[in-house]
Design a protein around this ligand. Structure first.
Ligand SMILES: [Zn+2]
Length: 232
């Protein structure tokens, strides 16, 4: 198991860790600030002892695998220093919290469900299951999101015992996907807006997002609408 330092503090971008496993360019550490890809989010990039980390993903037994640009000179048992590309990561956090906020508004206003998403630092997209395709309404929902952002609500992350988490309306469906051995769920809550079981990093306050802008709207079949958005 790799300790997820990004769960304790999403704003920590440098850390020391002990190497526990190496396979070619793939490195597992006892703890990390690197958020792996998953839940629609791209992974962090950065450096381990100065060597480029191209990609990060989950390995077996709840480990986190750092894929380096080359085989590392360090060995298992040694201490290494990790640095996450912070500007990129912070944009991913802003995009991710934006996705939660937009999803909550689309769900509240149009009962739209999320069928897919891709959160990247430069451009992100969300797919909604929604029969109608009305550009003005989409723009209006994004406008609502921006109004809520200016109110500056806190984004809280905390852990709840599985049974307690499953009683919260709205996260039941999602949380049901967690395997039974997961005894505690990580909860992300945008005050009075949204509450979800979630593993990715978020900003701590909505105003950090800035402003959400619509880049493009697309039809994806009869029931799916794709929103491309950006932040400024
Ligand atoms: Zn999320």
């Amino acid at each position: 198991m790799t300790k997820k330092l990004y769960w304790e503090d999403a704003y920590l971008s440098e850390f020391d860790a002990i190497v526990t496993q190496i396979e070619g360019p793939n490195v597992v550490l006892d703890q990390t600030c690197f958020n792996p890809q998953g839940g629609g989010l791209v992974s962090d990039t950065g450096h381990l002892n100065g060597i480029q980390v191209n990609e990060v993903h989950y390995g077996v037994d709840d480990t986190i695998m750092h894929v380096l640009a080359q085989e590392p000179p360090f060995k298992v048992g040694e201490q290494v220093h990790g640095v996450v590309d912070w500007l990129r990561r912070h944009r991913i956090m802003r995009m991710h919290t934006s996705a939660h906020l937009l999803s909550a508004i689309f769900h509240k206003e149009a009962a739209a469900l999320i069928t897919g998403n891709r959160i990247e630092p430069e451009h992100s997209r969300i797919d909604f299951s929604l029969a109608e395709f009305d550009r003005a309404r989409f723009e209006n929902y994004v406008h609502q999101a921006n109004a809520i952002i200016t109110e500056g609500r806190p984004v809280k992350t905390y852990f709840l015992p599985r049974e307690k988490a499953l009683q919260i309306p709205g996260i039941v469906k999602l949380a049901g996907a967690f395997p039974p051995e997961v005894k505690e769920l990580r909860i992300v809550e945008i005050e009075s807006i949204d509450i979800q079981a979630d593993g990715g990093p978020h900003v701590r306050e909505l105003r950090e997002i800035g402003e959400i802008t619509v880049e493009k709207l697309e039809n994806k079949g009869a029931q799916n609408r794709r929103l491309y958005y950006n932040i400024s």
